[in-house]
Design a protein around this ligand. Sequence first.
Ligand SMILES: O=P(O)(O)OC[C@H]1O[C@H](OP(=O)(O)OP(=O)(O)O)[C@H](O)[C@@H]1O
Ligand code: HPA
Length: 191
Amino acid sequence: MQDFHHNRARALLETAEELFNKETVDAAVTRMADTLNARFNAPDSQEFPLVLGVMGGAVVFTGNLLPQLTFPLEFDYIHVSRYGDEDQGGQVVWKVVPRSNVTGRTVIVLDDILDEGETLAHVKQRLLDMGAAEVILAVFCDKAIGKAKPCKADIVGITIPNRFVVGFGMDAYGYWRNLPGLWAIKTDSEA
Ligand SMILES: O=P(O)(O)OC[C@H]1O[C@H](OP(=O)(O)OP(=O)(O)O)[C@H](O)[C@@H]1O
Ligand code: HPA
């Protein structure tokens, strides 16, 4: 069992193509932190936003961004999944719903990728239904899918081509969330 996954993960990477290296990824995260710091460190800002990481894909992005934010904030996470171990999205499944009180709050949602936009459209609507005053969608990457999405990111790190990617928290079939850069893989249907 273990050798099956080991070999499959290695084979996936052998045919993958690096799209963005660690330096490019790190620079994009810092730009996003600068944008958020500029707003929430403004002299007239008294806000205490709730920052919600969307697990599991946002774990690496969140861990890199948070220490670069220099304003008072509360952190929590939600857990939503739509892809599981597939390379095509399905139903949005909530595993951990928002626990903190979001009523009247500015909520900054952090996610690794805006692909078809279904996940974050769902998340945003749920937070607004719970009474959030403002929902800011900050996504590390926005995939250029060539068609309209049900929601738009407010802050984007990098725009990526319409390919299935792994790394920086993103997985294919459960593999390679741990890569520091972003790699495009051949999906099972393309291999
Ligand atoms: O814009 P969409 O097409 O809805 O896809 C984006 C979502 O897909 C991924 O989550 P996934 O369901 O793979 O769960 P994961 O975070 O555990 O990887 C990613 O983390 C986003 O939340
Ligand atoms: O391209 C992707 N890679 C990994 N996870 C994803 N979830 C949506 N799109 C992607």
